[in-house]
Design a protein around this ligand. Structure first.
Ligand code: PGA
Length: 247
């Protein structure tokens, strides 16, 4: 499979000024007809401030997280309805940092996926095993369980995207081998087909975890890897683009 999307997860990096500088530089180096193959996940405050500039590009873009209710007494949370109002078309759900640092549960993921779909925002559901789980031979069980749980309330005939991100490979410089990644992606694809019938073949499944321009090619040639979710290397326009270009 060739690369359909390269998505950048900026995490808690870049304010509005840096984001606009990035956009300016990125548009200089990426051919215009390729821009729609990139997605940016921006920090919420930055996204709100630069939404208008993002809307003027062909880029896909969205939030890193929303709550599973649109409004109410939920101090500090972000709303999917507002994300839609701003013009976003994607949102991450269940990134391992949300699961591990903020204690978010599979039940929350299921509600978030359904709510985002109701707002015509494509949820990108993230799954991945810890190092302990991998060593214990539980990888496939863990990620397929996370997948099923996250899709419990989803419309499987609607639009969905996925990311396989082994927790031990995120921000560590340690990337999964192409074989490890392909095994996980193939298992997710099989599960998606079971759950949704033939549409399971069409959902993009991105690999994430220390993706760089140097390792993107060997991962991209795997049949079930449809692109990448990139943290650190998405912060610089050139390295973000090179991940795509090198494939
Ligand atoms: P990384 O992060 O590319 O810095 O490992 C990936 C992610 O967390 O999405």
């Amino acid at each position: 499979m060739s690369v359909q999307f390269v998505a950048g997860n900026w995490k808690l990096n870049k304010g509005p000024k840096e984001a606009l500088e990035f956009l300016y530089e990125f548009k200089e180096i990426v051919p215009e007809n390729k821009l729609n193959q990139f997605i940016l996940f921006l920090p919420a405050l930055t996204l709100g401030a630069v939404a208008k500039s993002l809307a003027e590009t062909e880029l896909g873009w969205g939030g890193q997280n929303v709550f599973f209710e649109d409004e109410g007494a939920f101090t500090g949370e972000n709303s999917a309805a507002v994300l839609r109002e701003l013009g976003a078309s994607y949102c991450l759900v269940g990134h391992s940092e949300r699961r591990q640092i903020f204690g978010e549960t599979d039940d929350w993921m299921a509600k978030k996926v359904a709510l985002l779909q109701n707002h015509q925002i494509i949820p990108m559901l993230c799954v991945g095993e810890t190092l302990e789980q991998r060593k214990a031979g539980q990888t496939i069980e863990v990620i397929t369980n996370q997948l099923r749980a996250g899709l419990k309330e989803a419309d499987l005939s609607g639009q969905l995207a996925f990311a396989y991100e082994p927790v031990w490979a995120i921000g560590t410089g340690e990337v999964a081998t192409p074989e490890m990644a392909e095994e996980a992606h193939a298992a997710l694809r099989t599960e998606l087909k079971k759950l949704s019938g033939t549409s399971g073949t069409d959902f993009p499944i991105l690999y994430g975890g220390s993706v760089k321009p140097e390792n993107s090619k060997e991962l991209s040639v795997q049949p079930n890897i449809d692109g990448f979710l990139v943290g650190g290397a998405s912060l610089k326009p050139q390295s973000f683009f090179d991940i795509y270009k090198n494939c």
